[in-house]
Design a binder for this molecule. Structure first.
Ligand code: IPE
Ligand code: IPE
Ligand code: MG
Length: 245
């Protein structure tokens, strides 16, 4: 029996530390992280994972030094430009999740192009969370719901979780089953707060530029173990990760 998560999220962290350990500027860590991104995409596409959300740039990351911000913004376009053909071959459907404001027009154009070109693909749903904040997504959804109420196309008493979900950046996206964070921090850092509600969390000390297939395989194995224990009669001692519902 293979228990696969339908939706995996990754907080890709540790690029700066990777570079610092080598006496290199931080941007070299980001540059190196591109291959890890591609490996994760290939792995998930090959394994038949339905959705992968990659946290590439948070709403908080604008506070970083301007040259680092510039590099990260441009890198997102470069990855799309260089890798679009491979995404097509892999059957990946790509979407940008996050706010559009503050992202330069010429970068947004690439996000839009990649989304349009891959829209009919039926393989992995790849979400690039860029200028993304979990609270902001919930706020934006609430504002859009309020606007529908104002226009008269929605009445407040019928609003439930499903209704609100319909206003999210990607309404069809299922809950996140597995969250992976690299570089050891035990934080959510304002990632997909709504979708994370029931996720299993795997934190690895491996820095993002060093993260590869075997690390993903390990995270999946950990996920399988936890799900198996949840389903079986095995009750681990309190605090050992069981849900005890
Ligand atoms: C993650 O690596 C990449 C982004 C947040 C864009 P960091 O740049 O946060 O690396 P550390 O945490 O400083 O090592
Ligand atoms: C989270 O990493 C955001 C991304 C991976 C894009 P950060 O390095 O920005 O998060 P904090 O600052 O450690 O919480
Ligand atoms: Mg970090």
């Amino acid at each position: 029996m293979d228990i696969l998560p339908a939706h995996i999220g990754i907080i890709m962290d540790g690029n700066g530390r990777w570079a610092r350990m080598r006496g290199l500027p931080r941007i070299e860590g980001h540059r190196q992280g591109e291959e890890s991104i591609m490996e994760a995409v290939r792995f998930c596409a090959e394994r038949g994972i339905k959705a992968l959300s990659l946290f590439a740039f948070s709403t908080e990351n604008w506070e970083r030094p301007p040259e680092e911000v510039r590099f990260l913004v441009n890198m997102s376009r470069e990855v799309l430009r260089k890798r679009l053909e491979e995404f097509m071959k892999l059957g990946v459907r790509l979407r940008h999740l996050g706010r559009r404001d503050r992202i330069p027009e010429k970068i947004l154009a690439w996000f839009d192009l990649a989304a349009a070109v891959t829209a009919e693909n039926r393989g992995l749903n790849l979400n690039i969370n860029f200028n993304y904040g979990g609270r902001r997504e919930i706020l934006d959804a609430s504002l859009r719901a309020a606007e529908s109420v104002r226009r008269g196309s929605l009445t407040p008493d019928v609003i439930d979780e499903g209704t609100l979900r319909g206003f999210f950046y990607a309404p069809d996206l299922p809950d996140m089953d597995l969250l992976i964070r690299t570089a050891g921090e035990m934080r959510i850092s304002n990632f997909m707060l709504w979708h994370l509600a029931e996720a299993e969390i795997v934190v690895t000390p491996v820095l993002w530029p060093d993260f590869g297939r075997k690390d993903l395989e390990k995270a999946l194995q950990e996920y399988r173990c936890r799900k198996y224990m949840e389903k079986s009669d095995y009750h681990p001692p309190a605090g050992a990760g069981s849900r005890n519902r």
